[in-house]
Design a protein around this ligand. Structure first.
Ligand code: GUN
Length: 285
């Protein structure tokens, strides 16, 4: 039986339309246009594509956006100064520094320099703390995108065995937290997990954020499971693909997200949602 394909593009389009309408209302009533500043340091090709997509999404939602491209040789102090400029800029409600940063720049120091009320990635320790206690100022973009997909598809997390592969600060850890808050029973697997497939085969909901094409094979998936692919990789032919062996796993799972057209578009949608929330907060709403 072929799995139902969870169409991220369709879910994102509906959510973005709502965001666009809310932003237009905010602008009409207060004169405030939600504004996002994206800083990219260096020449990483994948990061450049992500940043271009973020800018395009802002334009389509009626937001103001600025992309600051800084050279690979940028000193940490220069990057911190740029963040300080955007911190003072009233047109900017969200500041995002694209990761990864070049070697020699302390990622945590950079994240800590973003004021929590403009931290639309929700990476600042204060916002991470909010996520931990389930009282969100901002949603962690990728995990929140996954939760929105599950909700839209009518997939209830409560009581389910949820397995997350990957324990990054960006995806794995906040993903586990959101699934836990939705009353899932959550296991987080990583590089040193033993007998990985024994654990993944227990999952009703399996989320993979490993970063390796073809990592999740059909024998790792329980028949009827929901499989969410957060991976963004290139295969041997240079084609964009996720972590999951899509064709084979589709024969085992009940529902699956594709790459592209799955989680990636949802991540940017949640970034728009956070930027709009920051602008609404700046307007005293
Ligand atoms: N690099 C990969 N994903 C992300 C993300 O969600 N935010 C930022 N700032 N950098 C990233």
């Amino acid at each position: 039986m072929a799995a139902r394909i969870i169409d991220g593009k369709k879910i994102a389009a509906a959510a973005r339309e709502e965001i666009r309408a809310r932003a237009a209302k905010l602008t009409e009533e207060t004169g405030i246009v939600p504004g996002l500043a994206v800083i990219i340091v260096g020449e990483d090709p994948a990061s450049k594509v992500y940043v271009r997509n973020k800018k395009k999404a802002c334009e389509e939602a009626g937001f103001y956006s600025v992309v600051e491209e800084m050279p690979e040789s940028t000193a940490q102090s220069e990057l911190l100064e740029k963040i300080a400029e955007f911190r003072r800029d009233e047109r900017i409600h969200g500041i995002l520094v694209q990761l990864p940063l070049p070697k020699g720049i302390d990622e945590q120091a950079v994240i800590a320099a973003i004021p929590p009320e403009k931290d639309v990635d929700a990476f600042h320790p204060e916002n991470v703390g909010h996520i931990m206690i389930g009282d969100y100022r901002f949603l962690p973009c990728t995990p929140a995108g996954v939760m929105k997909m599950l909700e839209t598809e009518g997939i209830d997390v409560a009581g389910k065995d949820c397995v997350v592969i990957g324990r990054s600060n960006i995806v794995g850890k906040p993903m586990a937290m959101l699934l836990m808050h939705a009353n899932g029973t959550v296991t987080v697997c990583h590089r040193q997990t033993r007998c990985l497939s024994d654990i993944t085969r227990r999952a009703d909901i399996l989320v993979s954020s490993v970063g390796k094409a073809g990592f999740v094979t059909a024998d790792m998936v329980k028949p009827g499971a929901v499989v969410i692919d957060v991976g963004m990789n290139r295969n041997a032919e240079g084609k964009l693909c996720g972590d999951v062996d899509f064709d084979a796993v589709s024969e085992v799972a009940s529902a699956i997200t594709p790459v592209p057209g799955g989680v990636g578009v949802m991540t940017i949608t949640m970034l728009l949602e956070n930027t709009l929330r920051a602008a609404e907060a700046a307007a005293g709403r």
